[in-house]
Design a protein around this ligand. Sequence first.
Ligand SMILES: Cc1cc2nc3c(=O)[nH]c(=O)nc-3n(C[C@H](O)[C@H](O)[C@H](O)COP(=O)(O)O)c2cc1C
Length: 137
Amino acid sequence: MTASGGGLGILFKKPTTWSIFQSDRYTLELIQKHQIYTMSYFPDEYKKQVIFLGSKSGRDSHKMKEVDLTAIQTPSKNITFEEARLIFECRLTQITTPNADDFYSQEAKDYVNEMYKDVVNYRKFVFGEITNVWIKK
Ligand SMILES: Cc1cc2nc3c(=O)[nH]c(=O)nc-3n(C[C@H](O)[C@H](O)[C@H](O)COP(=O)(O)O)c2cc1C
């Protein structure tokens, strides 16, 4: 899937990525099942493909095969794409559910309350230890 929310840093001494998932994402199910995943960053010229991967669920489509990108496997058999310029391979460390009471700016509280109006919109913060990085030169 395509994700725009997230970042990276050090968590409990480990280089770590974090990302935000709506709770009904098929990708989230796959991450929980396999506990390893990749985060791939693409040059602007692949925007169309990136938007496509964010436009329908892999739960009821074959979007990984339909997208105009070249699927490849990491040595650990994780899927990513040849066209990516930066790839993080991650091992799942933590999934948390943000709560409005944990936020201290009104804007953030309002944001969390808004997304919890509909139970489908629960968000999950997903943290993964970075186990490999590939950078295209
Ligand atoms: C530009 C863009 C950014 C997105 N960012 C996120 C995000 O940060 N978190 C999220 O849960 N969904 C995000 N989405 C929506 C998912 O990519 C989309 O729902 C996708 O179809 C989920 O696929 P899946 O059900 O196979 O996991 C984004 C979509 C686009 C187009």
